[in-house]
Design a protein around this ligand. Structure first.
Ligand SMILES: Cc1cc2nc3c(=O)[nH]c(=O)nc-3n(C[C@H](O)[C@H](O)[C@H](O)COP(=O)(O)O)c2cc1C
Length: 208
């Protein structure tokens, strides 16, 4: 796959991009993104992922309405903003909620399942593919962000798009070329030592 940057540079600079130029994303590029996604691991190599590419303006408009309503209920003017959401993230996410229908390309990452109840099990065979897609998007100069607010209208969106019962939507990925003010990383993350234990929960590294 044609990549213009190295893997680690992509990992270190990939971040949530929520504002896009109106330029279309070509079908060839869409295929490249999805091919990268399909290189991910899945339980038993069952590859339960399905990717619904949404470019139809009417479908995007309807999804945008559901997404906006979900945003309003979760974080909007009448909702209490969860204190853990940083103001810049909130502002950026609100902007996306207002403009979801205008994003050039939406990809709905879905997972086929057999009705088993394990949410963690289901997710673990689709989210590696989603991350691959996000990294490939970064490599190709595109922006994207993993979103899940649409889950509040899962049933309605499944009906709208003809998604069968045994398929769950895992992430709605808005994708496009970033606007000039949208920046790739570096990202702000907790340092390694804050999130790592050695040999025993809560323990630091062995002394040299
Ligand atoms: C499971 C999950 C669900 C998310 N859902 C949403 C969402 O519904 N809407 C949104 O705008 N961003 C969503 N995000 C994006 C996060 O806000 C973003 O990854 C985080 O703030 C880090 O952003 P950064 O990489 O730019 O630092 C989600 C991320 C994850 C991993």
């Amino acid at each position: 796959m044609p990549g213009t940057i190295g893997l680690l540079e992509a990992i270190y600079s990939q971040r949530a991009i929520r504002s896009f130029k109106p330029d279309a994303v070509s079908e060839e590029t869409v295929r490249s993104l999805i091919e990268a996604a399909t290189k991910a691991p899945s339980g038993g190599n069952r590859q339960p992922w399905r990717f619904l590419v949404i470019r139809d303006p009417d479908a995007k408009r309807r999804i945008g309405e559901y997404y906006w309503q979900a945003w309003e209920a979760a974080y909007g003017t009448r909702a209490a903003t969860p204190p853990e959401i940083q103001p810049h993230v909130r502002a950026s996410a609100a902007g996306l909620a207002e403009k979801m229908a205008e994003v050039p390309l939406l990809i709905l990452a879905c997972v086929e399942h057999d009705g088993s109840p394990s949410a963690m099990g289901r997710g673990s065979s689709i989210y590696p593919a989603v991350q691959n897609l996000l990294l490939a998007a970064r490599g190709l100069g595109l922006g994207s962000v993993i979103t899940t607010l649409h889950k509040r209208y899962e049933a309605e969106i499944k009906q709208l798009l003809g998604i069968p019962e045994n398929v769950e939507t895992a992430a709605l990925l808005p994708i496009g070329y970033p606007t000039d003010d949208a920046r790739y990383g570096p990202t702000r993350r907790a340092p390694v030592d804050e999130v790592t234990y050695w040999d025993r929960w809560g323990q630091g590294p062995p002394k040299a």
